[in-house]
Ligand binder design. Structure first.
Ligand code: GLU
Length: 368
């Protein structure tokens, strides 16, 4: 079973029901401050932390006086527009006293489905994490229409965990784990401590219902678990409403842990290796050696480019003798790659007329 204190990179999903008081619609400020203490504690021991937070709609509907009933899509979007500002500010206010910088990232389903946008959001998240900031992620509810939205932050959180290569994902929820049946209507329901494999029997146990404020029920949590574990990320569902919920989890609070099926790096390499390359670049001997030492592929080490690939597309890497040595995701189009091949990275801006990334293929985007 995974242990929270072992996490290298952690994504924590915070549900609306934890952040917003069901009766008054107000932000639970004391609870949020305790979560910030947990984040500071984890960062202090070297764990990268990304938060995926719901709550924009729940906060905004109160401000706009939209009542408690179901909302039309446009009303939810209006509520999200108002609530998201407050949500981001609330995180900033509780994290600043710990000297932690907060960043807001709003994404839609397309940002993970489209490879180029996926790589862009990955690069931004990675940069923020490396600069020590805590990204607060939510769906861009104000623009995402039904066909292009996740709709629930459980699956969004799993996607973010995959995007940043997290090794653990914690869903802070209003239930303390995954049960054999809905504990609200079946007193015989039992909670699983660890789920090593998501079998059809397990899937059959997930009901549909979500709680009043949040979109996700057990079904979306199970879908999130599938995404996470197959990408090498362990996932836990635990009750989040206690103060310092992450400390509580590390001290053995009730939870269900889903076991990771691989490690994040191997999963990513497998994903890249399975793509069909639509172009090639030929490397000189020096670049082949550099790659085998775990370096990124710089334009200087490329002698030839073929195919018509775009940014984010998979391309094959050929050694000087033409043998395939691996593949990777290109950060430049074939045309751009043709112009900068053989040149130093410092010359890229002069050649292309705009600045670009130093590497043609980053080492994380490569499978050898
Ligand atoms: N993105 C929605 C919000 O911030 C929440 C979706 C969910 O509850 O899963 O209000």
């Amino acid at each position: 079973m995974a242990a929270l204190t072992d996490a290298r990179r952690l994504v924590v999903k915070i549900g609306s029901a934890l952040l917003v008081d069901r009766l008054t619609g107000a932000l639970r400020a004391g609870w949020l401050a305790s979560l910030a203490q947990d984040v500071a504690w984890l960062k202090g021991q070297g764990t990268d932390v990304v938060l995926v937070s719901s709550g924009s709609i729940a906060l905004g509907r109160e401000v706009l006086g939209l009542g408690r009933g179901p909302l039309a899509l446009e009303q939810s979007q209006a509520a999200a527009a108002v609530g998201q500002i407050r949500l981001a500010r609330a995180y900033e206010e509780v994290l600043a006293p710990h000297d932690i910088t907060t960043a807001q990232i709003l994404v839609t389903l397309e940002d993970s489905a489209n490879r180029r946008r996926y790589l862009n959001s990955r690069a931004t998240l990675e940069t923020l994490i490396n600069l020590g900031a805590v990204p607060i992620v939510n769906e861009n509810d104000t623009v995402a229409t039904d066909e292009i939205r996740f709709g629930d932050n459980d699956r969004l959180a799993a996607q973010i965990a995959v995007t940043v290569g997290a090794d653990q994902l914690i869903l802070l929820s209003d239930v303390d784990g995954f049960y054999s049946a809905n504990p609200a209507d079946d007193p015989a329901a039992t909670r699983f401590g660890v789920i090593d494999r998501i079998t059809p029997q397990i899937e059959a146990m997930a009901g549909d219902a979500g709680s009043g404020l949040s979109k996700g029920g057990m079904k979306t949590k199970l879908l999130a678990a599938k995404t996470a574990v197959s990408a090498g990320c362990a996932m836990a569902i635990t009750e989040g409403s206690v103060l310092r919920p992450l400390t509580a989890l590390s001290q053995g609070a009730n939870a269900t842990w889903f076991t990771a099926q691989t490690d994040p790096q191997a999963a990513r390499k497998g994903w890249i290796a399975a793509m069909k390359p639509i172009g090639t670049v030929t490397l000189d001997a020096g670049a082949v050696t550099a790659l085998s030492r775990g370096k990124s592929l710089l334009p200087a080490g490329i002698t030839a480019v073929s195919g018509t690939f775009g940014r984010g597309d998979a391309i094959a890497l050929l050694g000087p003798d033409g043998a395939v040595i691996g593949s990777g995701l290109s950060r430049y189009t074939a045309r751009e790659a043709g112009c900068i091949k053989g040149h130093q990275s410092s010359e890229i801006e002069t050649i292309l007329g705009y600045p670009g990334r130093a590497a043609l293929i980053h080492r994380d985007d490569m499978a050898l």
